[in-house]
Design a binder for this molecule. Structure first.
Ligand SMILES: Nc1ncnc2c1ncn2[C@@H]1O[C@H](COP(=O)(O)OP(=O)(O)OP(=O)(O)O)[C@@H](O)[C@H]1O
Length: 328
């Protein structure tokens, strides 16, 4: 459905050139739900805007929905839907009018546009809201209307920029269900950007991780997580015993990345659950009291940290509910 090679885009602003996207290769197969994950400013929106013909690449080539991006941008546009970050509604129009207008823009007759709009209103749980001004819709309803608008011409490939940014946890979960259904029941191929780890983890078949304009990793959420070697263990110990506890932890089979902060020791082991009894015995033998313990399976944030040395969670500031979900 999507094949891009060496896609690049730079911007020049105030005499300074920013290489926003530095030669991205990507492939998305029919029926896939692929996530483009990266921190703010990584190049996600720029890539999406190129793939949707809204921005001309500085270099590279791509076919989208079977059409060449540069030679046949109109063909691409006919075959795709695009839900932008800010949505596309004006606020002063009614839901039904927005859908009808969008249908007419895609060349549907008035009757067809109305019929298609009515079908999408049902499909996206907007029934009863046809005559509402779009500015009076809730955030989740507005996002669902954005999806309906992008589907008016029945595209089989949908691009979605940051689907749930700004939504409360309940609306996010609801939108995820709609996105799953688009793929599961209607066979739509989806390519979405996100900087939420839990969104990428629970929603996507495959994730492309982008940082600084380059794809730094790619795979299923599980395969990406398996790149991080082992579970993370953090043990709290009594005052003055942290150095001895770190020494004990470092001797456990397969233990690595041993670090200490205040009175806690963190390390990685292949299996956290089986390492714990042994650790307890060893600490006991040295007379070290354990005050707390936490075992953590690798997360996508660990993957990002391993790849780039930085935490993606920093990019999630302002979305505390999502953070809790990741670490639950
Ligand atoms: N029109 C522009 N002019 C100059 N620089 C730009 C322009 N658009 C994007 N950039 C820069 O390109 C880089 C990538 O931006 P982009 O919006 O693609 O990132 P992103 O991953 O989508 O971030 P976010 O999650 O914040 O949307 C950033 O450094 C950004 O400042």
């Amino acid at each position: 459905m999507i094949r891009a090679r060496g896609l690049a885009r730079s911007f020049t602003a105030r005499g300074r050139t920013v290489e926003a996207v530095k030669g991205v290769d990507l492939d998305v197969a029919e029926g896939e739900l692929v996530g483009f994950l990266g921190p703010n400013g990584a190049g996600k929106t720029t890539t999406l805007r190129m793939l949707t013909t809204l921005l001309r690449p500085t270099a590279g080539e791509a076919t989208v929905g079977g059409c060449d991006l540069l030679a046949d941008p109109l063909g691409v546009r006919r075959r795709i839907g695009y839900v932008a970050q800010g949505g596309g509604t004006t606020g002063e129009c009614r839901v039904q009018e927005e859908l009808e207008l969008q249908g007419r823009l895609y060349g549907l007759t008035k009757a067809d546009a109305l019929a298609r709009g009515a079908e999408l209103v049902e499909r996206l749980d907007l029934a009863g809201l046809d005559q509402r001004l779009t500015k009076t819709l809730s955030g989740g309803q507005r996002r669902r209307l954005d999806i309906a608008l992008s589907l008016i011409h029945d595209p089989k490939l949908l691009f979605f920029d940051e689907p749930t940014t700004g939504l409360d946890p309940q609306s996010r979960a609801n939108l995820w269900e709609h996105i799953r259904r688009l793929r599961g029941e209607h066979g739509v191929t989806l390519f979405l950007t996100t900087h939420y780890l839990d969104e990428a983890d629970s929603l996507c078949d495959r994730i492309l991780v982008i940082d600084n304009g380059e794809i730094v990793a790619e795979g299923t959420p599980d395969s990406l997580k398996s790149r991080v070697s082992g579970d993370g263990v953090t043990v709290g110990v009594g005052e003055g015993t942290v150095a001895a506890a770190a020494e004990v932890a470092g001797r456990l089979p397969g233990a690595h990345e041993v670090t200490t902060v205040d009175s806690s020791v963190s390390f990685r082991v292949p299996r956290g659950d089986t390492a714990l009894p042994e650790l307890l015995r060893a600490l006991d033998a040295r007379g070290i009291a354990m005050t707390s313990v936490q075992v953590r399976r690798p997360t996508l944030d660990d993957v990002f940290l391993t790849l780039t040395g930085r935490s993606l969670r920093d990019a999630e500031q302002g979305a505390p509910a999502e953070q809790e979900a990741v670490h639950a």
